[in-house]
Write a new protein. Structure first.
Length: 164
């Protein structure tokens, strides 16, 4: 894999199984969170209870910001409002522009920021392009459980080998 697709922490876990204290001990104080697949399955509007609990506890440790490629402001704003988080919809990851804007707004050292997502070609690449840490998590299904076989991710891993 090239540096563009470098995964700083390949968790192999759904986001809600990531340890806040472990992440904090690695120097992270700020998280940019992908929405669809990472916090909630794209085909549902109901945020899993485990995700809600994880976000609630995260607020004790980190500054949080939702960053989604979903073009629907209605969907992303309603998820942001339910979780009590600021958000950016239509973020156009892996384009750097919107992610850099958020990083600037957060006003933290890049060393202390990580992006968390379920996709290599959007979340991981934009994180590397912006020089922040990258965390890959398992995609959630409609019931909020990690999907067992993620075909898209397998294809993305293949493509990653050809990205310079
Ligand atoms: Mg996603």
């Amino acid at each position: 894999m090239t540096s563009l697709t470098k995964i700083w922490w390949k968790s192999n876990l759904p986001i809600y199984n990531i340890s806040h204290s472990e992440l904090y001990s690695k120097g992270i104080t700020c998280l940019l969170l992908d929405v669809d697949g990472t916090l909630i399955n794209r085909k549902t509007n109901s945020i899993p209870i485990k995700v809600k609990q994880w976000i609630k506890k995260s607020k004790e440790y980190f500054s949080l910001y939702l960053i989604s490629n979903n073009p629907s402001e209605k969907r992303i704003s309603s998820i942001g409002n339910e979780l009590g988080l600021e958000y950016k919809h239509k973020a156009l990851k892996p384009s750097k522009k919107n992610t850099l804007k958020i990083i600037k707004k957060l006003n933290r050292d890049k060393e202390n920021i990580a992006i968390v997502g379920d996709r290599i070609l959007t979340d991981i690449i934009v994180g590397n392009r912006c020089n922040i840490h990258t965390i890959l998590v398992r995609k959630l299904n409609k019931n909020g459980l990690p999907i067992r076989i993620n075909i898209i991710l397998l294809i993305e891993r293949l493509i990653s080998f050809f990205i310079v």
